[in-house]
Ligand binder design. Structure first.
Ligand code: SF4
Length: 387
C-alpha cells in the first residue's frame, strides 16, 4: 500500500483522468474506494471505466525541471523512491480487478537505467498480467522517451492504447527544462513510430499526447503550432492534453479555477479545431501579439466578434457549419436546428431555441430569430466566457 501510495501519487499528472475518490470506508459497510491511484477514463463507446493509474517506478535518470521524479527535484524534496516488481504490479492489478475496484490499468514510469531497460520491465509486467493472470481488461501504457521501435512494438502488442508525452512544443523550449533528453532523438523520433505502426495495425487504437503548460517560457502560439501539426494526417493524433505546471513544493494544495485558465483556453482552441473544424489559420488570429490567447474571453466569442460581418445569421436558413460558428450553439443544438429546418418547423421564439439547448445569453447577438436580430454586439459584455 505504501508503494501504491507513492507511485499512484507520482502518476497523477499523466492525464486520462478525473481524480480519485476521497470516500472513507466505515466499519460494517460493504466495499471500499481505494483512493490511491484510481482514476476514470472513457472508452471509444463512451463507457466510463475506473483505471489503476500508477508508475512502475518513480526512479528516473532525467532532470526534467517540472517533474518531482527528476534527479534534481528528488534530492531537493527528499521524496521516497520505490518500484514495483513486474509480478507485484501484475498481481496488484488483477487483485484490484477481482475486487471490482478497477476495470483497467494506466501504466507509466520513470526511467531507472535506460528507456529500453525500463521498457523490458514494463513489458514483463504486462506479459505476466495478460498471460499468467489472463487479464483481458483495458491497459493504457505510456511510451517512454527514447524507447526503441522493437521495444515499443512489444508493449503495444499487450496494450489497448499507448500515448507519449511531448511535454514542450519545440526543441528550444524542451532544452530549457531538460538537459538529459533530446527533443528530436528522444521525443520526435519515437513519436514518428506511432503513425507508422498505426498504419500497419500494430497499435490497437488512436494515440494521444500531453503538454505541460508553463514549464518554460513557451507561448500559446508555440504550443498551438505543434498541436495543429500533430492533428494533421501525417501524425494523426487522436487527442492532445494540456496540464498546468504546478510549483513542485505546493503540489498538494488546491488552486483557484483561474489558475488553470490558460490550460482551459488551450482546451477550447483544441476543441474548436477538432470538433468544430475551425482552420488553424483562423484560430491563430485569436492570439495576441505577445503570442498568448486572451484570457478574458472564450476564443469562439472572440472569433465571432472578429468576424462580425458574418452575423447575424438567420437560424431558419443557416447551414450546420454556420450554426457551429455561433457562440452558445454546439453540435447537439446545431443538429436539432437542422432537423427542425428539414421538418419545416420555423423557429420564431427565443424559448424554442432554449428548449433545444442553445445558450441564449451567448447566441442571441449573433442570430436572427423570426426575422429579428435579438441583441447587438454592443450589448454583449466582454466578460463572456471568463471563468
Ligand atoms: S523522464 Fe519523465 S519521469 Fe523522468 S524526470 Fe522527466 S518527466 Fe519525470
Amino acid at each position: 500500500m505504501e508503494k501504491l501510495r507513492i507511485l499512484g501519487e507520482a502518476a497523477k499528472y499523466d492525464l486520462c483522468a478525473s481524480t480519485a475518490s476521497p470516500r472513507v470506508h466505515t466499519q460494517g459497510s460493504i466495499g471500499k474506494a481505494v483512493s490511491t491511484g484510481i482514476c476514470h477514463s472513457f472508452l471509444p463507446d463512451g463507457r466510463c471505466i475506473s483505471l489503476l493509474k500508477v508508475l512502475i517506478t518513480n526512479q528516473c535518470i532525467h532532470d526534467c525541471a517540472y517533474c518531482i521524479n527528476s534527479t534534481k527535484n528528488r534530492k531537493q524534496f527528499k521524496h521516497s523512491v520505490t518500484s514495483f516488481e513486474p509480478e507485484e504490479l501484475a498481481k496488484l492489478t488483477i487483485g484490484f480487478y477481482i475486487r471490482n475496484y478497477i476495470e483497467g490499468l494506466f501504466l507509466s514510469s520513470g526511467i531507472g537505467k535506460s528507456a529500453n531497460c525500463q521498457a523490458e520491465i514494463i513489458h514483463e509486467a504486462l506479459h505476466v498480467l495478460r498471460n499468467k493472470y489472463q487479464f483481458d481488461g483495458y491497459v493504457h501504457a505510456k511510451v517512454l522517451p527514447g524507447i526503441g521501435k522493437d521495444e515499443l512494438f512489444r508493449i503495444a502488442e499487450l496494450a489497448d492504447r499507448v500515448s507519449i508525452n511531448v511535454e514542450l512544443p519545440n526543441k528550444s523550449r524542451f532544452s530549457e527544462t531538460c538537459s538529459t533528453k533530446d527533443f528530436y532523438s528522444d521525443i520526435i523520433k519515437v513519436t514518428k513510430f506511432l503513425p507508422e505502426m498505426r498504419k500497419k495495425g500494430e497499435i490497437p487504437a488512436g494515440y494521444t499526447t500531453q503538454y505541460v503548460i508553463g514549464a518554460a517560457e513557451e507561448t500559446d502560439k508555440e504550443i498551438l503550432d505543434t498541436v495543429f501539426d500533430f492533428y494533421n494526417d501525417d501524425w494523426d493524433f487522436r487527442r492532445q492534453y494540456y496540464s498546468t505546471c504546478l510549483p513542485l513544493e505546493e503540489k498538494t494544495q488546491s488552486y483557484p479555477r483561474s489558475y488553470f485558465l490558460r490550460e482551459h483556453r488551450l482546451y477550447q482552441i483544441d476543441w474548436l479545431r477538432r470538433i468544430y473544424k475551425f482552420s488553424p489559420e483562423e484560430l491563430m488570429t485569436v492570439i495576441n501579439d505577445d503570442g498568448f490567447i486572451p484570457l478574458n474571453m472564450d476564443p469562439k466569442v472572440t472569433l465571432a466578434r472578429m468576424n462580425a460581418e458574418f452575423f447575424p445569421i438567420d437560424v431558419n436558413n443557416a447551414t450546420y457549419s454556420e450554426l457551429m460558428r455561433v457562440p452558445g450553439i454546439g453540435h447537439t443544438s446545431a443538429t436539432r436546428i437542422l432537423k427542425l429546418q428539414q421538418q419545416g418547423v420555423k423557429l420564431t421564439k427565443n424559448q424554442q431555441l432554449k428548449s433545444i439547448g442553445v445558450v441564449l445569453k451567448r447566441a442571441l447577438p449573433f442570430l436572427k430569430v423570426g426575422s429579428k436580430k435579438q441583441l447587438t454586439l454592443d450589448n454583449f459584455g466582454n466578460s463572456q466566457g471568463g471563468v
